[in-house]
Write a protein that binds this ligand. Structure first.
Ligand code: NAI
Ligand code: UGA
Length: 464
C-alpha cells in the first residue's frame, strides 16, 4: 500500500523533527503532527519559523520548507487519526513516579491513552507505529487494546524506534546509521505494513541502511543501544576518577583506547555525567524489565551504569566544595551551560541541575549562563528537585545573559556544557574580574589546562 496521510501523536523533540524531515522528503504525503499541548502547537505554527518550540541546528529551515505545504501542526487529534493511514505514536514515556515500578519502570499511561483514542476514532484500517521508546513487548499490549476496543478495523503494529541525538537531530535524521523497523514477519498484512514504512524512508535512506526485524527485537534494540552508549560514558567517567589520582589524563587515555578499531573513538568523552531525558530512564526501564523476569545479575550489571553516573555528578560538586576550603556558603559560583549538552535548549536530567542543587544545599550563590535556556526553565528545573522553595531559589540563583556577567566577581566557575563559545571566552579578562584565588572547574574537559594555569587560575578538570 502507499501511505497518503500520516498522523503523529506528540509534537516533542522526536515527533516534531522526525515528521518535519519525513514531510520534507516525501512531498506527496500529508503529515499532521498533533499534540494536546496548545502552547507547543501554537509555537510550531508561529509565523516566525525561528520561534518553533525546539532548538535544533537546521530544523527551522526544514520546517519552513514543508509547513503549510504537506506538514501541519494541530491540536485536533481525532481528525488527524481519522484521516491517517499510518499513525506514529511519539509521546513521552518517562520513568514512573508512583505505584508499582516507581522510579524504574516506564510510565505508559500516555501510550495507552493514545491506543484507546485511536481505537475509538478509527473507522478504517491503520498502521500504528511505535516511535516512542518502549519496554519490550509493548506492541502486544497495544494490539490487545486496539483489537478489543476498536471498531473492527485492522490494525498493524510496527516498532520504529528513533535514534536521533538532540543537538544533531536534523543531520541524524537525514543520514541515519540505520532505520530500524520491527513488525509481524509471519503474515502478509504484517509484511505489507513494514514495506509501507520502508517505502517512506527509502525516499532518502539507502535500502542497505533500513533494517527489518521482528517487533520484539526492534523494541529491545532501542533500549540496548541507549544502554551501550551510556555504559561507554560511565566507563570513561570511572576512568576519569582513576586518572585524577594517578596523573594520567583521561583525554589521552580515551584517544589511546579509541584508536583500537574494535573499540572506536566515539562516546568516550569524560564529563560531569550524562544527562538528557533518555539514558537514565531507558536504563532504569531495562533494569526493571530484567528484574521482572527474575534476571537479577542482568539488572545489577546495568544499574551500575546509573550508579556511576550519579557518583560522577556528586563528586564534581563535592570537589568544588572541598577545593573552596570546605565551605561555599555565601560564595558566588558561576555555572556556564545549563542544558544537558550543547546545541539544545533541553535541560531534562542535565547534570547542571544536580550540581546546582548540591551547591545550593551548601548555601552557595549560583549564577547561571546558558545561550539557549530561559530563566523560567532554570527556576522550574530547580523547583522540580524540591530542594528549595520558589522564593529561596530566586534569591540564591541568578540567571544572566552573558558569560562575562556570570563570571564577574565569582569565587569559582564551573563549565558544565560544551558550548563552543566557552572556548572563545576572553579568559584573561575573566581571571582579572574574579575573586582570588580564581577557581575554574572544567566539567567537560573543554579548556586547555596549561593555558588556564598560565593565566593564573587554580584549574581543576574532570580526569585532569
Ligand atoms: N528526546 C530525544 O532525543 C529522543 C526521545 N525518544 C523517545 O521518544 C519519545 C518522545 O520523546 P520526546 O519527543 O523527547 O518527548 P516530549 O515530551 O518532548 O514530547 C512528547 C509530546 O507528546 C504529547 N502527548 C502526550 N500524550 C499525548 C496524547 N495522548 N495526545 C497528544 N499528545 C500527547 C506531549 O504533550 C508532548 O508534547 C519518548 O519515548 C522518548 O524516550 C527517542 C529518541 C530520542
Ligand atoms: O533515545 C534518546 O533519547 C537518544 O539518546 C541519546 O541522545 P541524546 O541524549 O540526545 O544525546 P547524546 O549525544 O547521546 O548525549 C547524552 C549525554 O551524554 C553525554 N556524553 C555523551 C558522549 C560522551 O562521550 N560523553 C558524554 O558525557 C552528553 O554530554 C549528554 O549529557 C542517544 O545518543 C540517541 O541515539 C538516542 O536516540
Amino acid at each position: 500500500m502507499k501511505v497518503k496521510n500520516i498522523c503523529c501523536i506528540g509534537a516533542g523533540y522526536v515527533g516534531g523533527p522526525t515528521m518535519s524531515v519525513i514531510a520534507q522528503k516525501c512531498p506527496e504525503i500529508n503529515v499532521t503532527v498533533v499534540d494536546l499541548n496548545e502552547k507547543r502547537i501554537a509555537a510550531w505554527n508561529d509565523e516566525d519559523v525561528d520561534n518553533i518550540p525546539i532548538y535544533e541546528p537546521g530544523l527551522s529551515a526544514v520546517v519552513a520548507d514543508a509547513r503549510g505545504r504537506n506538514l501541519f501542526f494541530s491540536t485536533d487529534v481525532d481528525e488527524a487519526i481519522d484521516k491517517a493511514d499510518m499513525i506514529f505514536i511519539s509521546v513521552n514515556t518517562p520513568t514512573k513516579t508512583y505505584g508499582i515500578g516507581k522510579g524504574m519502570a516506564a510510565d505508559l499511561k500516555w501510550i495507552e491513552l493514545c491506543a484507546r483514542q485511536i481505537a475509538r476514532v478509527a473507522t478504517s484500517d491503520k498502521i500504528v507505529v511505535e516511535k516512542s521508546t518502549l519496554p519490550v513487548r509493548t506492541a502486544q499490549a497495544l494490539k490487545n487494546i486496539l483489537d478489543n476496543t476498536g471498531n473492527g478495523v485492522n490494525f498493524q503494529i510496527l516498532s520504529n524506534p528513533e535514534f536521533l541525538a538532540e543537538g544533531t537531530a536534523v543531520d541524524d535524521l537525514l543520514k541515519p546509521d540505520r532505520v530500524l523497523i520491527g513488525g509481524d514477519l509471519d503474515t502478509e498484512k504484517g509484511k505489507d505494513a513494514m514495506q509501507a514504512l520502508v517505502d517512506i524512508y527509502a525516499h532518502w535512506v539507502p535500502q542497505a541502511n533500513i533494517l527489518t526485524t521482528n517487533v520484539w527485537s526492534s523494541e529491545l534494540s532501542k533500549l540496548t543501544a541507549n544502554a551501550f552508549l551510556a555504559q561507554r560514558v560511565s566507563s570513561i567517567n570511572a576512568m576519569s576518577e582513576l586518572c585524577e589520582v594517578t596523573g594520567a589524563d583521561v583525554n589521552e587515555v580515551a584517544k589511546a583506547v579509541g584508536m583500537d578499531s574494535r573499540i572506536g573513538p566515539k562516546f568516550l568523552k569524560a564529563s560531569v555525567g550524562f544527562g538528557g531525558s533518555c539514558f537514565q530512564k531507558d536504563i532504569l526501564n531495562l533494569v526493571y524489565i530484567a528484574k521482572s523476569f527474575g534476571l537479577n545479575e542482568v539488572a545489577d550489571y546495568w544499574e551500575q551504569v546509573i550508579l556511576m553516573n550519579d557518583h560522577q555528578k556528586r563528586r564534581f560538586a563535592a570537589n568544588i566544595v572541598k577545593t573552596l576550603y570546605n565551605t561555599v556558603s555565601g560564595k558566588k559560583i558561576s555555572m556556564l551551560g545549563w542544558a544537558f549538552k550543547k546545541d539544545t535548549n533541553d535541560t531534562r536530567e542535565a547534570a547542571s541541575i544536580y550540581v546546582a542543587d548540591y551547591l545550593l544545599n551548601e548555601q552557595a550563590e549560583i549564577v547561571v549562563y546558558d545561550p539557549k535556556v530561559t530563566e523560567e526553565q532554570i527556576y522550574a528545573d530547580l523547583d522540580y528537585l524540591g530542594s528549595r522553595p520558589d522564593e529561596e531559589n530566586r534569591k540564591l540563583v541568578k540567571v544572566v545573559n552573558t558569560s562575562k556577567e556570570a563570571c564577574n566577581e565569582a569565587h569559582a566557575i564551573a563549565v558544565m556544557t560544551e558550548w563552543d563559545e566557552f572556548v572563545e571566552i576572553d579568559w584573561q579578562t575573566v581571571y582579572e574580574n574574579m575573586l582570588k584565588p580564581a577557581f575554574l572547574f572544567d566539567g567537560r574537559k573543554l579548556l586547555d589546562k596549561h593555558k588556564m594555569k598560565d593565566l593564573g587560575f587554580k584549574f581543576y578538570a574532570i580526569g585532569n
